[in-house]
Design a protein around this ligand. Structure first.
Ligand code: AMP
Ligand code: ZN
Length: 497
């Protein structure tokens, strides 16, 4: 069977051209996708999750179309300084000092949190998840190339990218739409406070002061890489000097992605990426959710209901559904009303799967052309720059068809019934990555209850043989897990919450 991408023409909004363009991969059938990963110095908030979820859905749709996708999403574990600047403390080193642990312990702790959180939302793991610290040699090699080509200069053990020099032959600012003249006009002269030639220049390598704990040897002395060079090094290594799609949050367009383009063009002489895709921000109270301010909420707080913002808990599947009800390039505001509405919609779709199971087709009737038209509209939605809100609207149209058949107001052929069922399932589960939260929560609770009951039986046996030490041990162990026990005259009861 021919892969689906032959049949469907995908269009994507390219931030570089600011236009929707037909998507044509460099090598037919293969897609190279790079997405900037998290800086692992704190737990990921829901805003971060939105961006990763957007690219997970894009990845899923590309896979569904039959592309062989190499999806690279890095872990930033060095070089990202406070305020995204060229001076100041490394975010990870700062956290390590604060918590009095090794920087790599910080990295481990928050990488684990990142993975666990994304698993709750049913994100597929990337094909490769490289770390900045695992690619210091590759970063140094690219910096050497940029120096050799004359687009960087060394000062006192640090190496800076020469933006003005680069702009003489290339276009610095083409992604973010900024002109270098404006940048120059808007920055004050440095008056000798900085070793950079111009304020627009950015660090490729920074000399490590004696107190800086994250340091590596280099041709310029002990130091650490600048924030932007890691993504150039890792994307080039795993996807080549030119690849198909580069993604990240809108806030990374400048300076991070602008600098990535400059570094790649300066070292390799080619534009690195064909399609730049940017996911828009999740806001809370109308303001961007961010790690550095208190304007954020963590997924675990939403799942448990333990937060000051919402009156009840919301499951990961409902949150994913809520996120997908907005297009990935639009700003989305998190609110209780919006989550409530998403919850209702999500359950309506879920119920339709149970209804589907009870439907029967009619022998000997023709296929209905409107069913195939509906399937095509589902594809058209996703082919139009991954328009998940339109797709979801189409899935609700599917629910209407399902209900008509169930109410015996419509009859369908067996082929059409299979088509309806397959289309609903494929888009809901495989493409949108949604799942049945009721089942998984209820199943886990059932298993947990079974285990607690087993332990309580052992406890009452211990009591019966007057082994109170063992019976207390069992009670303490259960209560230490947050499970409350209550001894009554009829036996011991427990509550999981
Ligand atoms: P960071 O760990 O800060 O580098 O961020 C990881 C990813 O989350 C980046 O792609 C950011 O653009 C993205 N991000 C940060 N804040 C938000 C937000 N409020 N909404 C959506 N994405 C965000
Ligand atoms: Zn990056």
């Amino acid at each position: 069977m021919q892969p689906l991408y032959h049949k469907h023409s995908l269009k994507v909004f390219n931030s570089l051209s600011r236009k929707k363009e037909a998507f044509t991969p460099i090598k037919e059938g293969y897609v190279g996708l790079y997405v900037c990963g998290p800086t692992v110095y704190s737990n990921v908030h829901l805003g971060n999750c939105r961006t990763f979820m957007s690219f997970d859905t894009i990845y899923r749709y590309l896979l569904h179309l039959g592309y062989k996708v190499r999806y690279v999403r890095n872990i930033t574990d060095a070089g990202h300084l406070e305020n995204d600047a060229d001076a100041g403390e490394d975010k990870i080193a700062k956290k390590a000092k604060l918590e009095q642990i090794e920087p790599m312990e910080v990295v481990q702790k928050y990488t684990v949190d990142f993975h666990r959180t994304l698993e709750h939302f049913n994100l597929l793991p990337p094909s490769i998840e490289p770390t900045a610290t695992g690619h210091i040699i590759e970063q140094i090699e690219i910096i050497k190339e940029i120096l050799d080509k004359g687009f960087a200069y060394e000062v006192n053990g640090s190496v800076y990218f020469d933006v003005q020099k680069f702009n003489e032959s290339n276009d610095y600012g083409k992604l973010s739409g900024r002109s270098i003249e404006d940048m120059v006009a808007n920055t004050r002269a440095l008056q000798g406070q900085s070793e950079k030639k111009n304020p627009q220049d950015f660090a490729l390598w920074k000399k490590a002061e004696p107190t800086h704990i994250m340091r590596w040897p280099s041709p310029w002395g002990d130091g650490f890489p600048g924030w932007h060079i890691e993504c150039t090094a890792m994307s080039t290594k795993y996807l080549g000097e030119q690849f198909d799609i580069h993604g990240g949050g809108m806030d990374l367009k400048f300076p991070h992605h602008e600098c990535e383009i400059a570094q790649a063009e300066a070292s390799k002489g080619k534009s690195p990426v064909n399609y730049w895709l940017h996911a828009n921000m999740l806001t809370l109270n109308g303001k961007k959710m961010s790690k550095s301010t208190d304007n954020n909420i963590y997924p675990s707080e939403l799942f448990s209901g333990e937060n000051k913002l919402f009156s009840k808990p919301f499951s990961a599947a409902v949150v994913r559904f809520f996120m997908l009800q907005a297009h990935y390039t639009s700003v989305l505001d998190l609110s209780e009303e919006a989550l409530d509405a998403a919850e209702k919609g999500y359950f309506r779709l879920l119920e339709s799967f149970s209804t589907l199971e009870g439907l029967s087709s009619k022998e000997g009737i023709e296929n209905d052309p409107t069913i195939e038209q509906w399937v095509n509209r589902c594809y058209e939605a996703m082919n139009d720059d991954f328009n998940t809100p339109i797709l979801i609207a189409q899935l609700f149209e599917g629910v209407k068809i399902i209900n008509l058949i169930n109410d015996q107001k419509k009859t369908v052929s067996s082929e059409d019934l299979v088509l309806i069922s397959q289309t609903m399932r494929t888009f809901f589960f495989d493409v949108l990555g949604l799942f049945d939260s009721r089942n998984s929560d209820a199943k886990q609770e059932g298993q947990l209850k079974g285990l607690v009951e087993l332990l309580l039986k052992e406890r009452s046996e211990a009591r019966a043989r007057k082994d109170f030490q063992r019976s207390d041990e069992i009670r303490d162990a259960i209560e230490a897990l947050g499970i409350k026990l209550k001894d009554t005259k009829d036996g011991t009861t427990f509550s999981l919450s």
